[in-house]
Design a protein around this ligand. Structure first.
Ligand SMILES: NC(=O)c1ccc[n+]([C@@H]2O[C@H](COP(=O)([O-])OP(=O)(O)OC[C@H]3O[C@@H](n4cnc5c(N)ncnc54)[C@H](O)[C@@H]3O)[C@@H](O)[C@H]2O)c1
Ligand SMILES: O=C(O)C[C@H](O)C(=O)O
Length: 336
């Protein structure tokens, strides 16, 4: 009797949340912990891990965890490995690519990562044309436009389902502001807009309840949020950039997209998306809070009231963003 009850419940979980998820770059520094967190996500029933190497080992390891999903690993050695890793999945997360070393900017990664992301996007277009695509590979300000151009060229671009993952900036903001004001970081929420590199990362501190932070501390806090990635790159001293905090951020954002798919209401997260906010100024992509629903983005929220100082930061951000976005578009449009 008990076993019948248990099996009926297991069946109902898989029927309610039958999401197929692919992770491309799954054996890397971000890929492995992100794969673990997605294995723990009960909304996922079919987890496919792809990497140039190592994906089968990671998949075998995770497959012993007793959650409601199958896990399979794919590499280029498999016949149609990438295609099978993607075939008809609903959510694709891309952390494939090289990370920074000390002294590098995210833009320095473009020469290697742009081609990796372009080729993976092309495979997504062929095998999972309806999937939501979550781009982690840097430089996000340029790799997201690359994905959009590739999907457009294959006639499958859906702007409601393409996301640059900026959640790491959001979680850093919660942590760093709590250290300044002495609160519990889990209760701190800071809206971060713009893009994902240096001065394009704009935490809107004027929209928090903390209006009495002294000016010098506020400046230092903004700088720390904008350049938080550098702290980790420096500390890892040549061994890469943020992986564990990024895996947490990526899994949180992926879960929000799946919650939206599943019909949950009022799921709002900032993300770097195809945005109407500054299109009139020639800026096609911008990070701001978006409402996630059954078909991806339901609403791109405006940034709201900002201080004079944030207004100034926005102007500088837009100048840089415009160039970063154009660089991605030009790369994807050029003949291989
Ligand atoms: N968006 C963000 O907030 C954020 C945060 C941290 C890191 N990143 C970026 O994420 C990327 C990955 O970082 P990491 O620390 O995991 O690097 P890593 O080197 O540890 O892992 C990258 C993985 O990608 C794989 N890979 C490379 N080319 C591939 C291809 N064509 N197909 C499939 N897999 C491929 C590699 O084999 C490797 O396993 C970097 O570009 C990094 O800058 C972004
Ligand atoms: O800093 C990096 O290069 C990785 C990532 O974009 C981060 O913000 O930590």
């Amino acid at each position: 009797m008990l076993s019948r009850v248990v099996s009926k419940r297991a069946f109902s979980i898989s029927r309610v949340n039958p999401y197929k998820v692919s992770i491309l770059g799954a054996a890397g520094g971000i890929g492995q912990p992100l794969s673990l967190l997605m294995k723990l996500n009960e909304k996922v029933t079919d987890l496919r891990l792809y990497d140039l190497r190592g994906a089968k080992g990671v998949a075998a390891d995770l497959s012993h965890i007793p959650t409601n999903s199958t896990v399979n690993g794919f590499t280029p050695e498999d016949e149609n490995g990438l295609h099978n890793a993607l075939k008809d999945t609903e959510l694709v997360i891309i952390p494939a690519g090289v990370p920074r070393k000390p002294g590098m900017t995210r833009d320095d990664l473009f020469s290697i990562n742009a081609g990796i992301v372009r080729d993976l996007a092309s495979a997504v277009a062929d095998a999972a044309p309806n999937a939501a695509v979550l781009v982690i590979s840097n430089p996000v300000n340029s790799t997201v436009p690359i994905v959009s151009e590739v999907l457009k060229s294959k006639g499958v671009y859906n702007p409601k389902k393409l996301f640059g993952v900026t959640t790491l900036d959001v979680i850093r903001s919660s942590r760093f502001i709590s250290e300044v004001v002495g609160t519990n970081p889990t209760n701190e929420k800071v809206t971060v807009v713009g893009g994902h590199s240096g001065i394009t990362i704009i935490p809107l501190l004027s929209q928090t309840q903390h209006q009495s932070i002294p000016e010098d501390q506020k400046k230092a806090l903004i700088h720390r949020i904008q350049f938080g990635g550098d702290e980790v790159v420096k500390a890892k001293n040549g061994a890469g950039s943020a992986t564990l905090s990024m895996a947490l951020a990526g899994s949180r954002f992926a879960n929000s997209v799946l919650r939206g798919f599943a019909g949950e209401k009022d799921v709002v997260e900032p993300s770097f998306v195809d945005s109407p906010l500054f299109k009139s100024e020639g800026i096609e992509f911008f990070a701001s809070p978006v409402t996630l629903g059954a078909n991806g983005i339901e609403k791109v929220h405006p940034i709201g009231a900002v201080s004079a100082e944030e207004e100034q930061m926005l102007e500088e951000c837009k100048e840089t963003l415009k160039k970063n976005i154009q660089k991605g578009i030009d790369f994807a449009s050029a003949k291989k």
